[in-house]
Design a protein around this ligand. Structure first.
Ligand code: ZN
Length: 866
């Protein structure tokens, strides 16, 4: 066209724009290009009964679409945990794609307009595009989103109607077509393998993410998983979209689709406009679904505004309208028949499966298919793009407003800032926290000179987080004490407390054992924003008679493991000698090849402090205990997966142990320590699945785990012959009951009105002269999530029980929610119980929860060393 008419590029673009505006895209050059439809490519319509398109095929399809269309750019963010591509697909008009860098700069400025003039902001709004991100199938068994994504992309790049053109012109759509590529492949392969068998439509019997399983949606604050790093880069650093939707599935016996907004209660400190935006987007989604004749659409119920810190729930605190949809499940790609009387409501603002204002059109029951899910999700995804495109300026102006108002609130409010002082128990963990906050796009300041706050003098180099910044709400939730709301929204009609969706607090600093000082006013001083992560490279100081590694640092355990891997001998101080600057639990070693030590210091961040002499007594040689980590089926246990990740992060060797091996017995030949991750007694035993409502999935016999009587006998014999059994969280109940320990769980058999503590940080006293608590502070915080606490039953051998960690008499709660403090007062939180020649270590709280509770990692690490 250009050559024939001999017109300049500017005019050409104008002509195309005019044609676009007229909805006559057919005559523009790109529209004449052939775009392959998903049906042609995959050979079936996505969502067809009993068919799942596998991720590798979907990746290839996006590559093909990118080739065929000029409206799409596919970015490979990098490999997933198990090496599959994690894609970001950007869909927008060609001219937006051509100036993507400029549009991203504008978006960044809109998200943080500090210092910009009104005129500058107006011109940014005029030039900018609405940025909308949507992600699919984070939970891999919730397959609808990833099956829908190719069709949504195809519609966007191939349709030429006015609505599509408006979306492409006004919106930059960031599509994450699969948030968990590894899980998608596992589920697709498991589905095809079990097709036509009794197990057809079941979830895989193991975790559908190597480490996290379903918990991959609990990682948007700590960002431990590689997939989370990619998502954080997209959502928190590189783009900061104005809205984000994560598409999920829920149970199959209620509403057909939940769309925003959330229900009560509300997590505090987000900009109020956010909650209005969620209603606004959600109303349009519900409206478009109703318009399309879809029944069973529910909003403002079932998913509370105070949830976990997964992606859709944390984004509102980044000033992103963070939302989710939840489709009723089928049995993966196998249809599910639902009888009308099987349909039910839920406690949160949807008490009965009957018409209500937020659910005006109940689905009557019948067959429910993957294709139904695909269609609903596609309409809801489209609706978000459509309303943003129709209101581009409003969307951008609100982004500016949210950022400005949150900054102003932070500047005026109390606290005004959090100082992360240099005097930390574990200095390297504090640095890790700062770097994680930076990955979330939080601005960290560093004092270039010493400064006073009140009467405290903080030295130059001290880090400080001002609340006068757009992500104020996130900072407040992560660093400040947070009490969960106790109100009619969180109590049942009989007054019983309602379980929060996840833990009742997500206070990062408390979980990590990092001290932060809240300041009511921003101190006078000279502060400079950090522009890069704080490097964590330790050094080997001038050689002496030996070296000391600080036992308070979690990273010292990694250093010790790396040294032991190289055959270097390490000793641990039990009794500090007079005049010797060391603590019980510090590690010492003789001078060894400098290059090895330097490499370990650099890798771990740990400094090797020179000693003028090596202590000859009051020390013992460190040996790693041969560690087994119990793993089960029934969908896997996320706590087991996270424990694996933790051990790998700190270079602890371990072996995964399953039932068959345990039942064979003779465990002492191979192991010194066996870890039972947090779990219920029933599922550990593999007995009476009826206890789970009789709804245990039907798995092939080789995937039905359970320790059973033989397993219990083998574990008992293992401990009696000198082994150590470490029971984490609720697995303590299993150990108490099945091994007949002289310990009682003080929280058992209490009604929720008497005792309730759903994921809270609690104060504890720690006996850090006990080797299991070496390196710990004398007082600290633990994460308690409806777990056991211990009372020692009087016996002739009370001395066989040692209390390592104990709850105080009063004021036990730091953050979260605690009803019935008396149940915990003065009770043991962690005990070691001697049995025969061995012992069982019961850690009642969540010592290594999701690789987040850095403040208590050492209580597990110590159990793995001698
Ligand atoms: Zn989900």
């Amino acid at each position: 066209m250009r050559q024939r008419l001999k017109i300049g590029p500017a005019f050409d673009r104008l002509l195309i724009l005019t044609l676009l505006a007229l909805g006559t895209l057919v005559s523009s050059p790109e529209a004449q290009q052939k775009i392959t439809s998903p049906r042609e490519y995959f050979g079936f319509e996505l969502g067809t009964d009993r068919k799942i398109a596998r991720w590798d095929r979907i990746v290839d399809y996006f590559a093909l679409l990118e080739k065929e269309s000029d409206k799409m750019k596919v970015l490979n963010m990098g490999p997933s945990t198990e090496g599959h591509p994690f894609l970001l697909v950007i869909i927008t008009a060609p001219r937006n794609l051509a100036s993507l860098d400029r549009l991203r700069e504008i978006n960044a400025r809109i998200s943080d307009p500090r210092g910009a003039s009104d005129a500058e902001i107006e011109s940014l709004i005029a030039e900018g595009r609405a940025v909308i991100c949507q992600s699919m199938s984070l939970h891999a068994t919730e397959i609808g989103g990833t099956q829908m994504a190719p069709e949504l992309a195809f519609d966007l790049v191939s349709r030429s109607d006015e609505e599509t053109v408006r979306i492409l012109n006004n919106v930059i759509f960031l599509l994450i077509p699969c948030f968990n590529p590894d899980g998608q492949i596992m589920v697709a392969d498991w589905y095809n393998r079990t097709l036509g068998t009794e197990s057809e439509g079941t979830s895989p019997p193991w975790l559908y993410h190597k480490y996290a399983g379903h918990d991959n949606n609990r990682d948007a604050d700590f960002i431990n998983l590689v997939e989370s790093v990619y998502a954080a880069k997209i959502l928190f650093r590189e783009w900061i979209p104005q809205a984000y939707v994560d598409h999920h599935h829920m149970g199959g016996y209620g509403a057909r689709l939940y769309v925003p907004p959330y229900s009560e209660p509300l997590r505090p400190y987000a900009d109020p406009l956010i909650w209005r935006e969620l209603s606004w987007y959600g109303a349009h989604m519900a409206y478009r679904l109703e318009e399309a004749g879809k029944s069973g659409i529910l909003n403002a119920a079932q998913f509370p505004g105070w949830g976990h810190f997964g992606w859709h729930w944390i984004t509102p605190f980044h000033n992103i309208a963070g939302m989710l949809t939840e489709s009723a499940n089928a049995n993966l790609a196998t249809p599910l028949y639902v009888h009308p009387e099987q349909l039910r409501g839920s406690t949160l603002q949807f008490p009965e499966y009957e018409a209500q204002t937020t659910f005006p059109n109940p689905w009557p029951g019948g067959w429910w298919k993957l294709r139904d899910i695909v269609e609903q999700q596609k309409i809801s995804s489209w609706a978000v793009l459509d309303i943003a495109a129709r209101n581009r300026e409003t969307v951008l102006r609100n982004a500016v407003l949210k950022a400005k108002r949150q900054t102003e609130r932070g500047a005026k409010g109390k606290p005004a800032a959090y100082v992360i002082p240099p005097w930390q128990h574990d200095r390297l963990t504090a640095i890790k926290m700062i770097n994680t906050l930076r990955l979330s796009g939080i601005e960290i300041l560093q004092a270039s000179k010493e400064f006073f706050a009140g009467r405290v003098l903080y030295p130059a180099g001290t880090f400080l987080v001002s609340l006068a910044q757009p992500k104020m709400g996130l900072i407040r939730n992560l660093l400040g004490r947070t009490l969960y709301t106790d109100s009619p929204w969180t109590r049942d009609r009989d007054g019983s407390p309602l379980r929060p969706y996840d833990t009742a607090t997500h206070t990062m600093a408390e979980f990590m054992g990092v001290r932060v000082d809240a300041l009511d006013e921003m101190p006078d001083g000279s502060f400079v924003p950090l522009t890069a992560d704080i490097p964590m490279k330790g050094k080997v100081e001038s050689p002496g008679a030996g070296y000391l590694l600080d036992g308070r640092l979690n990273a010292s355990f990694k250093a010790v493991n790396l040294l032991l891997d190289r055959g270097i001998s390490v000793r641990r101080i039990d009794t500090p000698l007079p005049g010797f600057e060391a603590r019980a639990g510090d590690f010492v070693l003789a001078p060894e090849p400098a290059a090895i030590l330097a490499a370990v210091a650099e890798k771990t961040g740990v400094d090797f402090r020179p000693l003028d002499r090596l202590p000859g007594q009051g020390v013992h040689e460190v040996a790693r205990l041969r560690t087994g980590l119990y793993q089960r089926y029934w969908g896997g246990n996320a706590d087991e997966g996270w424990t694996r990740l933790l051990l790998e992060q700190f270079s602890f060797p371990y072996i995964t142990v399953m039932d068959a091996e345990i039942k064979k017995g003779n465990l002492n030949a191979r192991y010194d320590v066996l870890i039972l991750p947090h779990d219920t007694t029933n599922i550990l035993m593999g007995e009476s699945p009826e206890a789970y409502g009789g709804r245990m999935p039907i798995y092939p016999s080789e995937y039905r785990s359970g320790l059973g009587k033989e397993g219990v006998e083998a574990l008992q014999s293992f401990v009696e012959k000198g082994g150590t059994l470490v029971a984490l969280g609720d697995a303590s109940n299993f150990a108490i009951e099945k091994l007949g320990l002289n310990v009682r769980n003080a929280t058992a058999q209490a009604s929720p009105k008497e005792f309730f503590c759903p994921g809270s940080t609690l104060k504890v006293a720690i006996n850090n002269t006990h080797p299991l608590a070496y390196g710990m502070p004398a007082e600290g915080l633990v994460l308690f999530w409806s777990n056991p606490a211990f009372e020692i039953i009087p016996s002739a051998h009370n001395e066989r029980c040692e209390t390592v960690v104990r709850y105080p008499e009063r004021d036990v709660l730091q953050s979260g929610w605690l009803i019935g403090e008396k149940r915990l007062a003065k009770k043991a939180a962690m005990v070691s119980v001697g049995l025969g020649k061995g012992r069982t270590i019961l850690i009642g709280f969540r010592t290594q929860h999701r690789c987040q509770t850095h403040g208590t990692f050492k209580l597990l690490f110590n159990a793995l060393l001698r």
